[in-house]
Design a protein around this ligand. Sequence first.
Ligand SMILES: [Zn+2]
Length: 143
Amino acid sequence: MRSEAARLQTFQDRSHAWPAHRIVATPEQMSQAGLYYLGVRDRVKCWYCNGGLQNWARFDNPWFEHAKWFRTCEYLLQKKGPEFVVNVFNRFPNLDRPTVINSAVPGTGSCRLRTNSHKCLTQENSEENWKGEQMQKCKRLHL
Ligand SMILES: [Zn+2]
């Protein structure tokens, strides 16, 4: 998923249905922002920071959401610059963001992010985990 073309391809796979009709941001814009489609609902992930996003609103901007939730992503910082990222962050200072940790948490495989109020889905990425009200409300998709 390092290449933008590969990420774009995930949105165009016709066996999956990216909900383009209700999201203004185009697959091109999504893939430019480092995101690729997981093939389920509107769930995407960043190829670099592994940050996941879902529950896209009609006018959500991919770079904006990337910066809002995953401000430490090096790909984001390189492409958009720290000023953009800091500006977005400052608009949502109290968001319950995942905490980036340096090494994998024992028992969570390759998980690099964790948060106090959301369950890590690295090993339990079953549909059951998506039925909880809290997960439905949360934009962040943590795999
Ligand atoms: Zn990222």
